[in-house]
Design a protein around this ligand. Structure first.
Ligand SMILES: C[S@@+](CC[C@H](N)C(=O)[O-])C[C@H]1O[C@@H](n2cnc3c(N)ncnc32)[C@H](O)[C@@H]1O
Length: 309
């Protein structure tokens, strides 16, 4: 049975225009029941809808903002900002070897913009790096922009689709987004970025360890209040892609795929979110130099082939 996340089903966007589409509650409930997830179906059946059974878009927006606000706690607990800088600092150091002028980081699926806002608040990557977040959910984009304004941060947020990105980047990043993309979409996501002028991508997602669903259950049960957030938190850990899937998908033409802390090289009690990286081949050596000893934890597809022998 496929693991579905409620948040993927209760909002729908026209991929061509970006316009919001109506979502019928009964259809979502049906899909979740078909997938064998009666608990998720009950959560959706309780959401408000109009007399045509279309989910109330304002209630859905409030719910999504609420759940993402709680999700920020997870980023804080995982010290996501520091993890980002640990990799992105050296990535930008390597990139500066060839790029000149202003550089741009684009966070794809930025949600409430925790990553971008953290980087802006800590001036982590240098004044030459413009910080932009892109998300398919207009309500989250609006709230991310409002928070950034209130916090006086130098970053911006744009409504857009990961598969038709409105912003060119020097480096694309994401946090907690890859597991939403399944089948050919996953490779398509990396391929589009490799085909763009970007010099690198760096996408953080849940490591598919056996402990991940248990850890996610404990965290979401104890720290999150809304049943949707608790449900989707565990579903995302169950949907995490394996090391093999990530390295295969990230092997887009013109990019060297690398995984940081693959299974076997990492302590499963500490590994939660870690990145799959794509970097222009000529920048791999400068990246490894900039990372110092940590570069030992950076492996390409040949490592997995070696591990399988
Ligand atoms: C689990 S949330 C992660 C949010 C944020 N990166 C964080 O770490 O808090 C996944 C995000 O991906 C966004 N998303 C899903 N599909 C997308 C797409 N095709 N294009 C852009 N954003 C997308 C969702 O709207 C949601 O905000």
């Amino acid at each position: 049975m496929p693991h579905l996340e409620i948040s993927d089903l209760i909002t729908a966007t026209d991929p061509r225009t970006g316009a919001r589409l109506p979502v019928r509650r009964a259809e979502v409930v049906h899909r979740l029941r078909e997938a064998g997830d009666r608990h998720a179906a009950r959560i959706v059946a309780r959401l408000p809808a109009d007399r045509h059974d279309v989910l109330d878009p304002h209630a859905v927006d409030r719910l999504m903002i609420g759940v993402h606000t709680e999700l920020q706690r997870l980023s804080e607990e995982l010290r996501l900002g520091k993890r980002l800088v640990h990799i992105l600092g050296p990535v930008f150091e390597a990139v500066r070897a060839t790029a000149t002028g202003r550089l741009r980081l684009v966070d794809v699926g930025s949600g409430l913009g925790y990553a971008v806002r953290w980087l802006a608040a800590h001036h982590s990557l240098g004044p030459d790096v413009e910080l932009v977040g892109v998300d398919l959910d207009a309500a989250l984009v609006g709230e991310a922009a409002r928070l950034a304004r209130a916090e006086g941060l130098d970053c911006r947020f744009v409504h857009g689709n990961a598969f038709d990105l409105p912003e060119a980047a020097t480096v694309y990043v994401s946090t907690g987004v890859l597991h939403h993309f399944r089948g050919p979409d996953l490779a398509g996501f990396f391929r589009a970025q490799a085909a763009s002028p970007a010099l690198a991508f760096c996408h953080f997602d849940i490591a598919a360890t056996r402990l991940a669903p248990i850890g996610a259950w404990v965290f979401h049960r104890s720290r999150m209040r809304h049943p949707l957030g608790r449900h989707d938190g565990v579903a995302s850990a169950r949907r995490a892609h394996t090391d093999e899937t990530l390295l295969q998908a990230a092997a887009a033409p013109g990019m060297r795929p690398l995984l940081y802390e693959p299974r076997g090289l990492a302590n499963p009690f500490c590994t939660t979110l870690r990145p799959v990286i794509g970097i222009r081949p000529e920048l791999e050596a400068p990246l490894r130099r900039a990372m110092g000893r940590s570069a030992r934890r950076l492996v390409g597809p040949e490592h997995l082939a070696g591990a399988a022998r």
